[in-house]
Design a protein around this ligand. Sequence first.
Ligand code: ZN
Length: 134
Amino acid sequence: MISASDKQLLNDRLEALYLGADRFFKRKFERPTLTFRRSGRHAGTAFLQQNRINLHPVLFAHNREAYFSDVLPHEISHLLVYQLYGRVKPHGKEWQAMMREVFNCAPETRHEFDLSPLNIPPAYAIVVIAETLT
Ligand SMILES: [Zn+2]
């Protein structure tokens, strides 16, 4: 469903973002595993204790740019906040600061995706970028 070269591109982007975080905090963070499973209307999900990020392969295929520019920084910020501060509000001030200061991203929790491939009625076609799970 997702090609080896796309997996490589996403892992390269992940590594670049982590190098930025390593520099910012002057420590080396353990890199998470990336998985690619369908996950309803969730573009991505951060599994804090497993140090894993799941990306929705169908939404990725139709919204590629957003995954590199928004979804990966969003999910990585959840993992980093958990490692630095433990359990705090998922999109609270620590997470927002991580997005802004470390990744130079707007700390948004929703994003306009093209959901037509999922066959969801338009009234429900709002995707949550991520929910934090354990
Ligand atoms: Zn989130």
